[in-house]
Design a protein around this ligand. Structure first.
Ligand code: KG4
Ligand code: ZN
Length: 381
């Protein structure tokens, strides 16, 4: 079953075609360069950029998947379908897209959480395609995507990762920091989340205070590495002694702000790398403290770490070290593009939803839910 997935929840316009966990195509247009001067995502700019790119991104994803199917031969298509595809090049270009689209079985789209006016662009496109081509629609929570990003395979089926539930999932992105227990496919229990800022958001804000631009995570990681991750300033580790599975980063951000305020301008410039490194250590240490606590409380030692911050090599290292000590395992997204926002992970979740027949009953009823949560008792405010 081939699923076309769309994600426009923040600053990436992304579409992908997946077959089960295999990614046949993935196209992403990043707006990072557009937002970098503003120190964060500007919703109205994001909306316009999504609108400008969405048609192209979807078209390319469908085209490339089609090409991939052709190359993949029996892996993805068989018998009659194979010969149809072989003749596709003789078809008029306008019919060509419709022809290629006939190999898409369903359409998946992120409906939250995220920026309302950005989510709307993807949802509108998904509805339009579903109506035009008579396909079923599947609505996906972006955070489910970040969990399943660790199980996405390339078109050849790599890496091979078999599910062995339960998983303790740490989701660390720009908008969210939470622990989720994945009990079985699509069966989530939110164990705890941040009281205020997300880990990525804290890194972004610190980078902004240092004048390093957006997004902050990658640049802070790079600077920290240059000083061997030295923790010179030892900023506070929020909630270190709390026995609750929860996070808080706003106090750390405030203490960083006041530290910079009282520091001499000259000192700040000279010590930039140490400041970045110490801030990163405080964030990562806080994450590790809570990983330890969550493992201890749940007894689950199979970990999954997803979301933008999961790209961080130092986070990967300290998590792996801990997991090794307790005889557990940890999965991170296997390819770099899967750490950030992408439609491939959305498609993979959708393939499990499709298996269970979880399609949208009334296409017109699907709407964006900017504060969507994985909590079962969640009610939109
Ligand atoms: O998942 P994501 O791409 O978007 C959201 O859904 O929020 O996460 C973006 C966040 C940003 O805060 C960015 O600074 C952070 O992920 N990030 C990193 C790294 N790469 C991206 N944080 C730490 N180290 C990185 N290498
Ligand atoms: Zn995300």
């Amino acid at each position: 079953m081939n699923i076309l997935a769309i994600d426009t929840s923040a600053d990436e316009t992304s579409a992908a075609v997946v077959s089960g966990r295999k990614v046949l195509s993935h196209i992403e247009y990043s707006q990072i360069a557009t937002h970098t001067n503003w120190g964060g995502i500007v919703p109205s700019i994001a909306k316009r950029a999504h609108e400008e790119r969405i048609d192209f991104v979807v078209e390319q994803a469908v085209n490339r998947a089609f090409h991939q199917m052709k190359l993949g031969g029996e892996n993805f298509i068989s018998g009659e379908l194979g010969s149809d595809i072989a003749h596709a090049s003789n078809i008029h270009p306008q019919q060509n897209f419709a022809f290629k689209f006939s190999y898409i079985d369903a359409i998946a789209v992120t409906y939250g959480p995220g920026l309302a006016i950005a989510l709307e662009v993807g949802i509108r496109k998904a509805k339009e395609l579903a109506q035009t081509y008579g396909k079923k629609l599947i609505a996906i929570n972006h955070m489910e995507g970040h969990i399943y990003s660790c199980f996405v395979e390339n078109s050849k089926g790599n890496p091979v990762r078999t599910f062995q539930f339960p998983y303790l999932c740490l989701l660390v992105s720009g908008g969210h920091t939470e622990f989720v227990l994945l009990k079985n496919h699509l069966d989530y229990e939110v164990l705890g989340e941040t009281r205020d800022d997300a880990a990525g958001e804290a890194l972004d804000k610190a980078a902004r205070m240092l004048g390093l631009g957006y997004p902050g995570g990658p640049v802070i990681e790079r600077l920290a590495k240059e000083v061997k991750n030295e923790d010179r300033y030892s900023f506070p580790r929020p909630l270190a002694s709390s026995k609750e599975i929860e996070f808080s980063f706003s106090g750390l951000k405030t203490s960083f702000f006041y530290f910079l305020k009282q520091a001499e301008e000259k000192e700040k410039i000279g010590k930039m790398k140490y400041l970045a490194s110490s801030f990163q250590e405080a964030v990562l240490d806080s994450l590790l403290n809570k990983i330890k606590l969550a493992v201890q409380k749940t007894g689950v030692t199979s970990l999954v770490v997803g979301g933008g911050v999961s790209a961080n090599k130092r986070l990967r290292l300290i998590t792996r070290e801990f997991v090794k000590k307790v005889g557990g395992t940890v999965y991170f997204p296997p390819y770099p593009y899967l750490t950030g926002d992408n439609a491939a992970m959305i498609g993979v979740v959708a393939s499990y939803k499709a298996e269970k027949g979880e399609y949208i009953k009334d296409i017109n009823a699907i709407d964006r839910v900017p504060r969507l949560s994985l909590k079962k008792e969640f009610i939109e405010k």
